[in-house]
Design a protein around this ligand. Sequence first.
Ligand code: BES
Ligand code: ZN
Length: 460
Amino acid sequence: MVSETFGYIDSNRSRYLEELKVFLSYPSISTLSEHREDVLACAEYLKEHCKKVGLENSSVIPTGGHPVVYADWLHAGKDKPTVLIYGHYDVQPVDPLELWTSPPFQATVRGDNIYARGAADDKGQVFIHLKAIETYFELNKSLPVNIKLLIEGEEEIGSENLELFIKERLEMLKSDVCVISDTAMYSRDIPALGYALRGLCYMQIDVIGPNRDLHSGQFGGAVENPINALASIISKLKDEKGRISIDGFYDDVLPLSDKERDNFARLPFDEKKYAEELGVDATSGEEGYSTLERIWARPTLDCNGIHGGFTGEGAKTVLPSKASAKVSMRLVPNQDPDKIAKLFTDYVYKIAPKGVKVSVSGHHHSEPWISPVESKWNQAAARALKGAFGKEPVFIREGGSIPIVTVIEKLLYVPVVLLGFGLPDENAHSPDENLNLNNFFNGIKTVYLFYNELANIKIN
Ligand code: BES
Ligand code: ZN
């Protein structure tokens, strides 16, 4: 049985890849308004593909922003679990474009990987589910569980319209478990299940000085420079031990248990190789914590972009009239993004230098999430991973954020399983994003086996 299934999947490799290339060809960049039509076209393509693989009620449903694609198949019987599959078809911007080896929306296979924006995050992983469903229909004419597919177009911009979408469709989305493939495996040959995500609080600082750009010789020294002021603010956000200096920032952070620290420490991790692969001399971060602890279980603060003054070729002696920075904080369980946004704002106003106007505003937020490792759903997923990859998976936390996870849990009362097939070195959000093809095909096998496992789980 299993060998027949795996044989079928292997014999369809080239067709799956050609189809994936089409999905990857849509520039569905949710944050850029000039791509609005591309996002919609991608949703329409996805709707058609859901129909093609055998799902029903496939539709593109409008929201206050980019649309949601929904499809289902509900004929497995009332005694079988209903599985909600969540993913996203929107992608991040592609800049800097010149650093891509091949064009981001012309998917290209090189070696063992397929390169394109969205290959790993998250179109390739959404496609894994579609191909597993298709395979199941091809080989069995039906599915062993009920399936509801919810693929959104705004994950990369904070899923702001999805909460209302779900609230208005509680019955339509009612399910027993939610499966998300939008995270990474531990490493190339170690599959993983995620049991925690960090949250996010994304802020912007705008600094305004003189009412126009000034000659820095005529005015330099007499007026506060907005870039200098911004640099001074940013330099005070963290101390030299890597701790965030914002008053009250750590108040709600749950400390890591010794058991979890032990588990992390037991995972194979080569600090030197890690730094080398990233092209840095050494890792760096909050004192007293290992790299895995820093990424997975400690909050952090990063400047994501900074803007101001003259950045063109050559030199221009100018004292700019404004500067701004985008700053995001990754949060860990029990921290509240709204509370952190307030603490950040108060602190920045407190340390703002005189002579400039500083304003702080917020972008999207995402709540941190943690779940029990030993649930029957996670155990079923672990068996499926073992069956497809031939290796016992590890349970890991994830450093990234998926804003809708806590909303799904709270509104639909379903546990969430993070069954990710990406890899940390696949350049998500960066040039040359790619997805390892072995993991793509093993992912299809895993999801196929997972449906079988789920069909054996009794629901009340
Ligand atoms: N797939 C990622 C989330 C992710 C990345 C989880 C790495 C685990 C490891 C997702 O598409 C993403 O990038 N989310 C954003 C959310 C934000 C824009 C609210 C993120 O984490 O930056
Ligand atoms: Zn992403």
